[in-house]
Design a protein around this ligand. Structure first.
Ligand code: SPQ
Length: 429
């Protein structure tokens, strides 16, 4: 195995950076563009491995999708044009592709075989398979269809009223997509609001849904029309540099045109809560999603308690927030984040284990972690465990470490941020 040596640096993070397109929005643009009639053009598409899995899944169903760099053009011919793939579909590492695609496949009168990589094969699929079965899809697989590989036979779905037992946008989206292909009106109730890009994207393609008090209702058999989607910068990618600038002495950095959908901006709230110097400017709306530029300067953060409804709004940022907490004054407590155990790794264990190896004082709890601040981190050989967000957290940690950090398995960062190290080099001045 070839490890990446991260050398100590005296440079700080300076200037401006445009991060790549939002991963969640990029996936959804491909899905809706493939279900719609007419051409869809997606600009600033995230050219990461996960989103490429969503493209290849729809290409396998006969959709013409052409990609040149960050621009994707889909020649949509509507739901009825989708065909039965001749080969099993490889979902790679992508949970979003798996759960959202299941919703679409459940509504198509064909047979599908799905598999993923080692990490995805350990992540629960029954959270979507159970409601989809209730709608009439036949889904079977390992451990009674709880895990990949899965076989799906879809078609003839009826609508349901579903209350999600987990705080998950993927589950909500899988059921809404199936609802779009079903007969009647499907309702999803969520107790805690999760990211709403599926709902926004449906409307951008001319569809409609009703939202009230956490209840989302969608009428089946709606016709969608192709459109232009410009994907904002991914706030989950920006988060790594926001924290980097907050903890690296002498830094002042602006992240340009970052998505500021309120269901995703918990990181800004946490940075404010922890006393990080931060400013959001140039706020505007692009294609139905709010965007803006965020400036962060080196700060002396303090600890906080993070729990409750904010958790789904920071779920993917918790690894980098944990690193920030190691540098804050006092004890930070993260609670109500048991969903972290079902990500690319068990992110409670992988974050705690990694930061401990780098010298932090941190302990895992059943639903989060407790982080003691003001830690002087030191060099070590650590692994990403094949989890892109752990890999990027380690790279940012290395910026404040006076010794070499040896990062094993850095390739996985390409899942969501292929140009991560290039971008980091650009802003170190
Ligand atoms: O796609 P995947 O592998 O599930 O990616 C992750 C990530 O860190 O990039 C989670 F591991 O993001 C999810 C996120 O945690 C993307 C997502 C979405 O686009 O709908 C929703 C969240 O997952 P969930 O399970 O909470 O709905």
């Amino acid at each position: 195995m070839c490890a990446k040596i991260l050398k100590p640096t005296d440079l700080a993070l300076q200037g401006e950076l445009y991060v790549p397109g939002d991963k969640s929005i990029s996936h959804r643009a491909i899905i809706f563009g493939s279900l719609a009639n007419g051409e869809t053009k997606v600009t600033h598409f995230l050219d990461g491995e996960d989103c490429l899995r969503t493209i290849s899944a729809f290409q396998a169903m006969g959709v013409s999708i052409k990609k040149e760099g960050q621009t994707v053009v889909i020649d949509g011919k509507g739901v009825s044009s989708l065909q039965e793939p001749t080969e099993p579909i490889n979902l790679g590492n992508s949970g979003t592709t798996a759960r959202l695609l299941l919703g679409v496949l459940a509504g198509l009168p064909y047979h599908f075989a799905l598999y993923g990589d080692e990490s995805l094969t350990k992540r629960p699929m029954d959270r979507v398979a159970v409601p989809l079965r209730e709608m009439g899809a036949v889904i079977d697989g390992r451990e009674d269809g709880k895990y990949l590989p899965l076989a799906v036979r879809g078609g003839n779905l009826n609508s349901i009223a579903f209350e999600s037992p987990v705080k998950s946008a993927q589950v909500k989206s899988g059921v809404l997509l199936a609802g779009l292909l079903a007969t009647g009106t499907t309702t999803v109730v969520e107790k805690t609001t999760t990211r709403d890009h599926t709902e926004n994207m449906l409307e951008a393609f001319g569809g409609s849904l009703a939202k009230k008090d956490g209840k989302i209702s969608i009428n089946g058999k709606q016709q969608l029309t192709g459109t232009h989607i410009h994907v904002p910068g991914d706030i989950s990618s920006a988060a790594f540099f926001l924290v980097a600038a907050a903890i690296k002495d002498g830094s002042r950095l602006t992240l340009k045109d970052v998505g500021l959908n309120p269901t995703r901006t918990g990181i800004i709230d946490v940075l404010n809560l922890m006393g990080v110097q931060l400013e959001v400017v140039e706020e505007r709306s692009i294609g139905g999603e709010p965007v803006g530029s965020i400036t962060v300067a080196y700060s002396t953060p303090h600890a906080t308690i993070i729990d409750g409804d904010i958790i789904p709004r920071i779920i993917d940022e918790i690894p980098i927030i944990a690193l920030l907490a190691t540098q804050a004054k006092g004890k930070t407590i993260i609670k109500d984040a048991e969903e972290l155990r079902f990500k690319e790794t068990d992110r409670i264990e992988s974050v705690v284990h990694t930061l401990k190896a780098l010298g932090a004082e941190i302990e895992a709890t059943q639903d989060g972690m407790i982080i003691h601040g003001n830690s002087k981190l030191h060099g070590a050989t650590v692994t990403s465990y094949g989890d892109h967000r752990i890999g990027m957290m380690i790279a940012i940690a290395s910026l404040i470490i006076d010794e070499d950090v040896e990062l094993e398995n850095e390739e996985c960062i390409a899942v969501s941020y292929p140009s991560f190290f290039e971008d980091l080099t650009k802003i170190l001045k």
